[in-house]
Design a protein around this ligand. Structure first.
Ligand SMILES: Nc1ncnc2c1ncn2[C@@H]1O[C@H](COP(=O)(O)OP(=O)(O)OP(=O)(O)O)[C@@H](O)[C@H]1O
Length: 275
């Protein structure tokens, strides 16, 4: 583990409830109109995420989890309601956020370092600042020694670390993650969960994570949003009630973790199906 001073420049202010939320989703609906039918993907969805907070979103397949992230990123406009980032209404694609998907989507012909630096090139971040930031992120994510490797020389977990570094390079106020560890084996996934918890604590970034794993959601998040089957609505938001620093085995064995996962499981099992 790195000494705290090694990553001092990554550290930002901790969660600050009471201030303008980092993300505000206000009574949003999304309807998709296709040739054959209209699909209501989301209905009556409202959610505030405080600066520095980690919120996970779980729900059955097709309930609109990815749609919700796309709204926050400005990749999709709501059919009703409004979305705000840092108090500012989202009106189109937002370049300041970070986005991590299930597949790392790295460029095969670029080394790990140059894949991370792609973000800097796209945003015209000065080269020396981008290099320093890349070095820090490589250290924090445990990629040291692999910075010159090409994607095919990296394991799936390492490729996702590169994708995470790329998403964090420009210090996004909000990090959106859509099933980022879904394609990894169980052990690597656990290791990535532990690293993500550490990175989140050190950077203070606000995180919205979509996951199918109840364990992953409760281990990582301050709050877990449980959604109903389509049309997706928020069934309940479960407070996990654990300290930010979470040793893996101890956390999973804790009463708070078991209570949270039990509640989430019950909500997912109990929600009535829509047609
Ligand atoms: N561009 C689109 N056009 C039409 N329908 C869409 C479009 N995008 C999503 N949908 C529909 O909206 C609903 C929600 O999709 P979304 O991908 O957000 O669900 P999800 O909860 O992320 O699913 P999963 O867990 O399987 O990834 C689905 O029924 C999907 O088919």
């Amino acid at each position: 583990m790195n000494a705290p001073d090694e990553t001092a420049s990554l550290v930002r202010a901790p969660a600050s409830p009471g201030r303008t939320p980092a993300v505000r989703i206000d009574d949003v609906a999304v309807r998709f109109r296709t040739k054959k039918k209209d699909v209501t993907a989301l209905r009556d969805v409202s959610l505030d995420v405080a600066t520095g907070e980690f919120v996970a979103i779980v729900g059955p397949s097709g309930c609109g989890k990815s749609t919700l992230l796309k709204l926050v990123a400005g990749l999709l406009a709501p059919s009703a309601g409004e979305v705000f980032l840092g108090g500012e209404r989202v009106r189109g694609p937002r370049r300041d956020i970070g986005y991590v998907f299930q597949r790392a989507a790295l460029l095969d012909w670029r080394s790990a370092r140059r894949n991370i630096l792609l973000q800097a090139e796209m945003r015209k971040i000065p080269a020396d600042r981008a290099r320093a930031r890349t070095d820090e992120l490589i250290r924090v994510t445990g990629l040291g020694g692999f910075e010159d490797a090409y994607p095919h020389e990296l394991s799936g977990g390492m490729q996702q670390r590169v994708a995470l570094c790329r998403a964090l390079l420009h210090e996004p106020p909000v990090l959106l993650m859509d099933e980022p560890f879904g394609a990894l084996d169980a052990l690597t996934r656990e290791q990535m969960n532990v690293e993500l918890n550490r990175i989140w604590r050190r950077t203070g970034t606000t995180v919205l994570l979509v996951t199918h794993s109840i364990t992953e959601a409760a281990y990582l998040a301050d709050r877990v949003v449980v959604m109903s089957p389509r049309p997706g609505t928020i069934t309940e938001t479960v407070e996990v009630g654990l300290p930010a620093e979470r040793e893996y085995a101890g956390t999973l064995a804790s009463a708070a973790f078991r209570a949270a996962t039990g509640r989430i499981r019950a909500l997912l099992g109990a929600v009535p199906a829509h047609d």
